[in-house]
Design a protein around this ligand. Sequence first.
Ligand SMILES: [Zn+2]
Length: 81
Amino acid sequence: MNHFCQQASRLASDKLERRLSLNESLRLNIHCLICSSCRHYTAALRLLHVTLRKTHEAEPPQKLPAATRQQIIRQCKEQPE
Ligand SMILES: [Zn+2]
């Protein structure tokens, strides 16, 4: 995961917690246009967020690819301050 991907995944999870600034939103969207893994990650994160809200499950949905689930679990454990 390169620097831009780290930034994008941080913004993607921030987006679920707060409203991103125009600048942040543009950075995330533009990055997702050129980076398919971040595009999938962002979509999976949003899906997970919605699913967690609905079901209060602790685990990401089993339908997600294993690598994506691992990424999400890691992300959840590394909550930014
Ligand atoms: Zn990326």
